[in-house]
Ligand binder design. Structure first.
Ligand SMILES: Cc1cc2nc3c(=O)[nH]c(=O)nc-3n(C[C@H](O)[C@H](O)[C@H](O)COP(=O)(O)OP(=O)(O)OC[C@H]3O[C@@H](n4cnc5c(N)ncnc54)[C@H](O)[C@@H]3O)c2cc1C
Length: 454
């Protein structure tokens, strides 16, 4: 175990990738390297009533990993061993600090893949993914992190090591504590080990890039895929403003697209004046047939539909999607919203977000895990208080919209600190009250990530 008290290193963990700064001074950072070390830290903190903020890679977008006044930041990123891959059972047993994409790479030689792939997979940790119940691009077909977690080892607030779940794909003995810890944002226990489901690498993939006049039409097209009962592995949506920010010129070069406009904005790669791009990938033995069926659904609404002809071309398109958020971060400080709506209402939601942007005068960039109905309207501020206030005003209207459409204020990033004020409205006070009681059962002294998630 390493204790870090250097003020610069400690203060740098007052925030996470959301940019929210707690403003408080954490007491110290502990870099834990083993389960007994995590247990020792929690035992002592519980005795003294010291808050503990568990941290993986700090890529969270809701302020949940931000260190607060007087807390110990328990960084588990050094617990990063893949302990076992069991091909015959299609599972892996890992420590919490394993980087998400590294597990996927380690499974590949066995013909297996770890399906949940947040766009941050190259940086985020498995422990952080489980604590936020992260989604990702392939979740359209394979489900979010919860669907991949079979069992967990968790250290409770008093230092007790608890094992929940199992190695089997089925199992219903007792309450589902594995599910309860998944998505609990470090407020119920510290995840120190996980048994995870792996999947066979799909035999084939087919990738489509469809252009639309505007994002609402693209969103309606994505909803039409669901309505046609087709299940692509992913369906990712980017609006024109985001495509421009990503600088698709780079990707055009990779695609071998040359000539007029080849270094300008992104929307006209596949058709002049395109206002949005929908990337759809199908997979499995019938990938090509499914892609053809998707193409037939999209064609009446799209200005163009193109099938990637090589794996490199498909990867280049997906890289543009994964690079969207970092590209927007280069423009200013992004406030990233994460609403999800019933998939049939995605077009309505896209229209309403555009209307909110027009009415408030706040520019909104939109990307979406479209097949999940999960929209990320992103407001880039210049960091000034006035621009932050305007952004929150627009964000409040976007949250109200999500709830009005029967959706949620957070599809995958979590409540953290930033969305707490909207939680009671979504859950209702009875449900929220029950959640506070559950928290007290696991953590009677309230030391685990207080003030976050619920
Ligand atoms: C460019 C970019 C793209 C992103 N794309 C996606 C996306 O597609 N889908 C998505 O869902 N998210 C996405 N995110 C958000 C983020 O990557 C995820 O929330 C991720 O799961 C956080 O993992 P982390 O290791 O960084 O966790 P951290 O940020 O360190 O922590 C997040 C939360 O988990 C808790 N925690 C961390 N480790 C543990 C542990 N071992 N035990 C208990 N609690 C723990 C923390 O206390 C905190 O509450 C993106 C972020 C970025 C920067």
């Amino acid at each position: 175990m390493t204790l870090v008290t250097d003020p610069v290193a400690v203060q740098s963990r007052r925030t996470d990738r959301s940019g929210w700064d707690s403003g408080g001074s954490p007491a110290a950072v502990v870099l834990a390297e083993s389960v007994p070390e995590v247990q020792a830290v929690l035992r002592e903190a519980n005795r003294d009533g010291t808050p503990v903020v568990t941290r993986g890679a700090g890529t969270g977008l809701a302020g949940a990993a931000a260190g607060t006044q007087g807390c110990v930041i328990l960084d588990v990123s050094r617990m990063n061993r893949i302990r076992e891959i069991v091909p015959a059972d299609e599972l892996a047993i890992v420590e919490p600090g394993v980087i998400t994409a590294e597990l996927d790479h380690a499974a590949a030689p066995y013909g297996l893949t770890y399906a949940p792939d947040p766009a941050s997979a190259a940086m985020s940790t498995i422990g952080g993914n489980i604590a936020t119940n992260a989604g990702g691009l392939r979740c359209a077909k394979y489900g979010v992190t919860r669907q991949a977690v079979l069992g967990l080892d968790v250290v409770l607030a008093d230092g007790t090591l608890l094992k929940v779940g199992r190695r089997t794909v089925k199992g219903v003995a007792g309450y589902d504590l594995t599910g309860l810890f998944t998505g609990s944002e470090g407020t119920l226990g510290v995840i120190v080990g996980a048994t995870l489901r792996l999947r066979p690498i799909p035999a084939a993939t087919a990738t489509l890039a469809a252009c639309f006049d505007d994002i609402a039409t693209a969103a309606r097209a994505a909803a039409a895929i669901t309505a046609a009962h087709l299940t692509p592995a992913m369906a990712e949506l980017l609006d024109r403003a985001t495509l421009d920010a990503v600088g698709m010129g780079v990707h055009r070069a990779a695609l071998g697209v040359h000539g007029a406009g080849a270094s300008g904005g992104g929307g006209d790669v596949y058709g002049a004046g395109a206002g949005a791009l929908l990337l759809v990938q199908t997979d499995g033995l019938a990938a090509e047939q499914e892609a053809s069926a998707v193409e037939r659904v999209l064609a009446p609404l799209a200005s163009s539909v193109r099938r990637a002809s090589t794996a490199a071309e498909a990867e280049s398109l997906l890289a543009a999607r994964r690079g969207a958020l970092p590209s927007l971060e280069r423009l200013g400080r992004p406030l990233i919203e994460d609403i999800a709506v019933p998939r049939s209402r995605l077009g309505e939601a896209a229209d309403a977000v555009a209307a909110i942007s027009a009415e408030t005068g706040v520019p909104v960039f939109t990307i979406a895990h479209a097949a999940d109905g999960n929209l990320h309207p992103i407001i880039v501020t210049d960091g000034s208080p006035a621009s932050a206030d305007a952004a929150w005003e627009a964000a409040g209207r976007i949250f109200a919209l999500a709830l009005r459409l029967g959706g949620t204020v957070t599809g995958e990033h979590g409540i953290g600190v930033l969305k707490r004020r909207w939680l009671a409205e979504e859950l209702g006070i009875e449900s929220l009250g029950l959640q506070h009681k559950i928290k007290r059962v696991f953590d009677p002294n309230g030391i685990l990530n207080p003030g976050k998630a619920i």
